[in-house]
Design a protein around this ligand. Structure first.
Ligand code: GSH
Length: 210
């Protein structure tokens, strides 16, 4: 199996985080440089269908290119620790929070960063108003997470799941433009600290020089 990856980008980071939580270390990682357009070559697009990372290429040639679909595949192959749910009820609640994390927080934050960070101008026809609108929408949605996290240690229940990974990685992408959760959202801040403290938070991220 090969994972096509790039450092710093949030969608590949979800997969690397997921693999680290599970201790998966037998997947070959192929690093692409997006700024050099290595994800836009005809051979890559033929496999991936879209000029996007991450992509997981299986040994039988099957290519999977949505980060949550990749994680779901890996969950089937490496079931423990369980991150997608064991019972029908748990699985549905995790899916519900994963969808909310994606639509309400991760997508607006990613669009916000893409439209406002100077470096992203190489990948996006930037519109700062679109960026600001999305950043505000993402930050506003954190209140939904804050209410949930007042009653629950993790987003989807009593343990970390794919929902936490999707929400946190999206939120943490905001650090590139110095956007962090407002301090008054105490539950989000407490949860974000717990996420940052997990060893998997560093997976695939550029390491600071000692
Ligand atoms: N829905 C996809 C999104 C993939 C995606 O947008 N990846 C970004 C990196 S985070 C990308 O490849 N961007 C390339 C570009 O904008 O040219 C997923 O969850 O994997």
């Amino acid at each position: 199996m090969k994972l096509y990856d790039t450092p710093l980008a949030p969608n590949p980071r979800r997969v690397r985080w997921f693999m680290a939580e599970k201790g998966i270390d037998d997947v070959e990682v192929v690093t692409l440089n997006l700024m050099e357009g290595q994800h836009k070559t005809p051979s890559y697009i033929r496999k991936a269908g879209l000029p996007n990372v991450p992509m997981l290429e299986l040994d039988d040639g099957t290519c999977i290119t949505e980060s949550v679909a990749i994680c779901r595949y890996l969950e089937s192959r490496y079931p423990e620790p369980n991150l997608f749910g064991r019972t029908p009820e748990e699985t549905a609640v995790i899916e519900m929070w994963t969808r909310r994390a994606e639509m309400l927080v991760a997508t607006p934050m990613m669009i916000g960063v893409r439209h406002t960070h100077p470096m992203m101008g190489r990948l996006e026809q930037q519109n700062p108003e679109v960026g600001q609108y999305n950043l505000q929408a993402g930050l506003k949605a954190l209140k939904v997470l804050d209410r949930r996290l007042a009653d629950s240690e993790w987003l989807a229940g009593d343990r970390l799941t794919i929902a936490d990974i999707v929400a946190f990685v999206g939120l943490d992408f905001g650090r590139l433009i110095k956007v962090t959760p407002p301090q008054e959202l105490e539950n989000v801040c407490r949860w974000a600290e717990a996420m940052k403290a997990r060893p998997a938070a560093a997976a695939g991220m550029p390491q600071k020089a000692a």
